[in-house]
Write a protein that binds this ligand. Structure first.
Ligand code: AHG
Ligand code: MN
Ligand code: MN
Length: 336
């Protein structure tokens, strides 16, 4: 395969396909630079003293890891001064982060989960970064939370990185999904897979089974049927994987198909799910749909949800289309 760098790919999208304006191209370049910096930091592990707790909590009441804070800082700093953004929002910050007055401002809003899979940092398993790009609503000079509350269908770009055995960057601009791999010697991302497609059928599921007793009946039904295997109602055996890093689970699904579920449960009635809509579910749903898969809460398409809060949580069921549709069907049957 001819070596196509991320920069070359984006230039081609800008000039030949008119699929990306110059300032959005700059935004993606800057985000990819941040991802490179986070990848380098993650790779140093214990040698750089970056493992363990930060000793602080985020707005969601979760203990922050040192790397959550470091990755957040890297993304904020890199994206502040380029003139491509109106504001940023992150899992690790209560409200939007305004662009300081001394820097030029642009027309995009960037949202991110700086470090996804934090529970895996200290055990040396894959973690990642997820991001979503929206347009700042017209006439809004000082974006508040309200400016960010747009449905996932409004995303102009979504992506995620996995810091695994290799560092990969998965990107969509709304016309297919492409994967880039970090060339550590030369320091840049190189296109390694174009127009990724998820098989419509699968026999592999990902869910945290320890929550089973808290699930709703349609989810219990589906998982019980899969566990029943060949002699059960689905008539085949299923395999299970759960990495506890959504980035790594979704990358596996992009690679060989599968269904990923973090459903609604009744552990804490104030939380309708574990994952956050704006910077986890929405970007992943856009990528999955662009790769031919489906993404739903069980009751509605994730990308259609009109957000009510920046840190809103939603149930997430995504991956191979026919399996996601089966789960949606079970939810419908249960409500009839
Ligand atoms: P984060 O580290 O950004 O808070 O997200 C972790 C998420 C997601 O990556 C993963 O699928 C899920 O939480 C794991 O949850 P459990 O620990 O409940 O399995
Ligand atoms: Mn996360
Ligand atoms: Mn996170």
């Amino acid at each position: 395969m001819k070596r196509i760098t991320l920069t070359r790919f984006l230039i081609d999208e800008q000039y030949n396909r008119k699929a990306v304006p110059a300032d959005l191209r700059l935004l993606i370049e800057v985000v990819s630079r941040s991802i490179k910096a986070i990848s380098t930091t993650v790779g140093k592990g214990a040698l750089a003293g970056i493992l363990g707790d930060a000793g602080s909590g985020n707005i969601q009441g979760e203990a922050q890891k040192k790397l959550d804070v470091i990755a957040n800082e890297i993304l904020l700093e890199a994206n502040e001064w380029g003139g491509h953004l109106a504001a940023m929002a992150s899992e690790e910050m209560e409200g939007p982060h305004a662009i300081p007055h001394r820097f030029p401002k642009g027309e995009y809003l960037l949202l991110f989960d700086p470090l996804d899979g934090s529970s895996n940092i200290d055990v040396n398993t894959s973690v990642g970064t997820i991001f979503s790009v929206l347009r700042c609503p017209e006439g809004v000079n000082k974006p508040t939370e309200a400016a960010f509350l747009q449905p996932g269908t409004a995303q102009v770009c979504a992506g995620f990185a996995v810091y695994g055995p290799s560092t990969v960057l998965v990107l969509t601009l709304g016309a297919g999904v492409h994967t880039f791999t970090l060339d550590r010697e030369q320091g840049g991302f190189v296109l390694t897979q174009q127009h990724v497609k998820i098989p419509a059928d699968t026999q592999e599921f990902a869910i945290n089974m320890s929550n089973m007793r808290h699930w709703e009946p349609p989810m219990k039904r589906y998982v019980e049927e899969m566990l029943a295997g060949k002699t059960g109602p689905l008539g085949r055996d299923y395999n299970m994987r759960w990495i506890a890093s959504m980035v790594a689970d979704v990358f596996r699904i992009l690679t060989r198909g599968g269904i990923f579920m973090y459903p609604r449960d009744n552990k804490d009635p104030s939380k309708p799910g574990r994952l956050r809509l704006m910077y986890e579910a929405n970007p992943m749903a856009m990528i999955i749909e662009q790769a031919g898969g489906a993404a739903s809460t069980g009751r509605e398409r994730i990308l259609d949800i009109v957000p009510t809060a920046l840190h809103q949580r939603v149930p997430v069921i995504l991956g191979s289309k026919n399996e996601v549709e089966r789960v949606v069907g079970y939810h419908q049957a249960a409500s009839e």
